[in-house]
Ligand binder design. Structure first.
Ligand SMILES: Nc1ncnc2c1ncn2[C@@H]1O[C@H](COP(=O)(O)OP(=O)(O)O)[C@@H](O)[C@H]1O
Ligand SMILES: [Mg+2]
Length: 362
């Protein structure tokens, strides 16, 4: 007899986007207007009077022609919290964070960051945000340290404070030992971590990461996730977008499931799972007295429903892990010979399917 939980599919990878517009996006976000004001990164963070949430997004709307890419999105992020936007390609994740980071204006709604209003013209609010875009924005010929120094200078940092901050950032992204290597020698994951480091240079209150693991190998992916976990453990508020359920589950304190520009549901992983009814499935495959086993199993308190066919029983149950020993014993005692027991527990994929009728990854 084999007992197994349904294996989760490994995430698909996509080729890295081309790096043509490198640097551009970092400049326009953390630099841009802030650049001209020569904001010293070591200066105190701008905070509105007595703000409670690091980020408040209210009723955001953004249209592209006839398409409403973001359609009334509201959420907030608390200090130290990692908040996930989980949704498939085209759901509106990048558009949402582009509004939040002040890269593009909303057609309706408001964003407040650390108690300050946020928008394309808001220089002060932008200082609280570090945006790590999906496209890599690093110079391959420069070393990791030189890249950080370049972007630090763009943000008005100089001299010893800049050197100190670069050391701190290299440590945060676990690249201290590779600081002097040209980044063209780096793996995909190391480049992404350097990208994260650039977003961290000015010590933002909120770090925004847009699908940072797309197109990287599994090992690099893990290194990126560990970096995010370390930052979060250090008290950083993080806004993380992904279409990988496993990443949202692993990293995020709260998750918004987004589709068609709307937040379909929001909560902790377990809160979201309850939306499916919180029931598990157990599939018993085997031979023998299957009909008798079905009758006996229907009497068990943990069993909600039993569907029988010639070689298998599919049970809808409460709390599969605690129910499974009794179920196996009952099935065997009534004369069913089991060849396989499979437990299927609901996950965020099931929640997405339940809410939208679609698979998260099509
Ligand atoms: N600059 C743009 N011009 C026109 N349509 C866009 C633009 N950016 C995004 N969209 C559309 O808006 C929708 C949401 O896109 P996006 O926010 O990039 O989604 P996600 O990041 O979740 O994949 C998609 O249908 C996309 O094609
Ligand atoms: Mg996107």
């Amino acid at each position: 007899m084999r007992a197994r939980e349904r294996a989760r599919k490994p995430p698909r990878t996509r080729h890295d986007r081309c790096q043509t517009d490198r640097a551009q996006r970092h400049q326009s976000t953390t630099g841009g207007q802030a650049l001209s004001t020569q904001v010293a990164a070591e200066s105190a963070h701008p905070t509105g009077p007595g703000y409670e949430h690091v980020l408040v997004a209210r009723d955001l709307v953004r249209r592209y022609g006839d398409l409403t890419a973001v359609d009334g999105v509201s959420f907030h992020i608390d200090p130290g919290e990692t908040y996930g936007l989980l949704g498939p390609n085209g759901a509106g994740k990048t558009t949402t964070i582009s509004i939040v980071a002040g890269l593009i204006p909303a057609h309706a709604g408001t964003v407040t960051v650390a108690g300050r209003p946020m928008g394309p013209g808001e220089v002060v609010g932008k200082r609280s945000i570090g945006l790590v875009p999906q496209d890599l924005a690093i110079y391959p010929e420069l070393t990791a340290r030189e890249n950080l120094a370049f972007f630090g200078r763009l943000q008005g940092m100089r001299g010893k404070p800049l050197a100190r901050r670069i050391d701190e950032v290299l440590d945060l992204i676990a690249l201290s030992d590779r600081a002097k290597d040209a980044t063209k020698e780096f793996s995909g994951g190391m480049k992404r971590r350097l990208n994260i480091g650039i977003g961290l240079l000015h010590a933002p209150t909120l770090l925004i990461l847009d699908e940072p693991t797309v197109g990287v190998d599994p090992q690099s992916r893990n290194a990126i996730l560990e970096s995010v976990e370390a930052l979060s453990g250090g008290g950083m508020a993080v806004l993380y977008t992904t279409h990988y359920m496993e990443e949202a589950e692993r990293l995020c304190d709260r998750i918004a499931i987004i589709d068609s520009g709307r937040i379909q549901a929001e909560g902790t992983r377990s809160e979201l799972i309850t939306l499916t009814g919180g029931l598990d499935y157990i599939r018993l495959t085997g031979e023998g007295k299957i009909a008798d086993a079905a009758t006996a199993l229907r009497e068990l308190a943990s069993v909600v429903q039993v569907v029988a066919d010639r070689h298998a029983l599919t049970l809808t149950v409460r709390e599969a892990p605690t129910a499974v020993p009794g179920i196996v014993t009952t099935a065997t005692a009534t004369g069913m010979t089991l060849s396989e027991v499979e437990i299927v527990r609901p996950d965020l994929e099931s929640v997405f399917l339940h809410l939208t009728g679609k698979a998260l990854r099509d």
